[in-house]
Write a protein that binds this ligand. Sequence first.
Ligand SMILES: Cc1cc2nc3c(=O)[nH]c(=O)nc-3n(C[C@H](O)[C@H](O)[C@H](O)COP(=O)(O)OP(=O)(O)OC[C@H]3O[C@@H](n4cnc5c(N)ncnc54)[C@H](O)[C@@H]3O)c2cc1C
Length: 423
Amino acid sequence: MSGYDQSLWLKTCQEHVESRPLTGDLTVDLAVIGGGYTGCSAALTAAQAGASVCLLEAQEIGHGGSGRNVGLANAGLWLPPEDIRQHLGREAGDRLIDLLAAAPGDVFDLIENHDINCEPVRNGTLHCAHSAKGLRDLQARHTQLSATGAPVELLSASQTEQRTGSATFQGALFDPRAGTIQPLSYVRGLARAAAEAGACIATQNPVQSIQHNDGVWTLKTDHGTVRAKSVIQATNAYHQWLQASVPEYVPVYYFQFSTAPLSDNLRASILSGGEGCWDTGLIMTSFRMDAEGRLILGAMGDLGQAGRAAHTAWIRRKLSELFPQLADQRLIEGWHGRIAMTSDHIPKITQIGPGALSVHGYSGRGIGPGTVFGRLAAESLLRDDPSLLPVPAVPEYHESWTGLRRAYFETGAALTHFVKARF
Ligand SMILES: Cc1cc2nc3c(=O)[nH]c(=O)nc-3n(C[C@H](O)[C@H](O)[C@H](O)COP(=O)(O)OP(=O)(O)OC[C@H]3O[C@@H](n4cnc5c(N)ncnc54)[C@H](O)[C@@H]3O)c2cc1C
């Protein structure tokens, strides 16, 4: 319950991809495990380069984070540039900052070039200050981002109110490079483009085992076998069925609810410029509109657990706090997804064997980064050039106390929402 099947994105998805059933044996240059942004971008890149490629998805394209997220196609990572340099060193840090600064452009170009029907709106995003401390954080981000040449703008409380329609924020950081998309339609459009370029897209095909012998990888599913020189594992927070090379991360849940399409009057009073928003709260909140004028409000929390009642009560209260004019609106679709968080919030590429990479850990910022990491992982393997990777590949990656940290985030979110829904 409360997952993919209940999502607004499934209800309004405009893209469809023909999935080829995989039976028997297939030999390709590149096998991709997982049909999210990373896997579909990798498959599209490889097929366009003339390589033979087969993408194996356990369920449907977009079943993971790519079909459940908020749809904010942002530039960069969660981390401000100085933190990225601190973790990766100056040279590697600057390269990643530049690559991800261009990521929204890459996403919107792909949408245009492949005519992907995914409600693209490139009117920027607003990172909204929920407190004085949040505003100081945005001021520091503004300084750091401006120094990298990013065209970001710090807005006053009244400018933020004018743009969002909510009087609750102390200011906002506007990033005109970013925008919003219908996330499931985008990933399905990528898969459709990959299929049109010649990739085999096989859904309902969980990879059960993967082995390397005599320079060839063998991937087994219930329906057949794929042999390949190179492999990209792009299963991120939804890795399942495959016992090998399990990505390590801290699972953090995030849920969203959407209203019915709002009347023209209400619609004109909220986000009239079409920006997507999130706030500086530790237990963060996001809000945006879809193409039909539904408001979609999200926050950290797992709707499948005991905290569901607290999260649901809180989101109703939050809706009327942010937008008193929406106090009577019913919340209709409610769904959640799992985010793969790494301790340093930097995505990881693991070399799981010769010619095989696993990519994961976007830490809640995967639309642009997943598109870029998938493309570069494919290019790096096809050209046998590790220097093309966006971050250096490591032989293995471990996270500690993942269960405990998951409980910390979920309990924190549930308690915060429980208290705030009442007082
Ligand atoms: C609720 C939520 C909100 C978010 N909001 C944003 C946002 O606004 N902006 C943003 O940039 N990012 C956001 N993110 C992050 C972003 O959605 C993810 O980082 C991104 O979707 C990861 O893409 P992926 O392709 O790596 O993995 P996924 O999209 O998770 O795809 C992995 C796929 O692998 C498949 N799989 C697993 N095991 C196997 C197997 N054995 N065989 C075959 N297939 C397998 C799964 O079924 C799944 O479809 C959000 C994430 C969530 C969950």
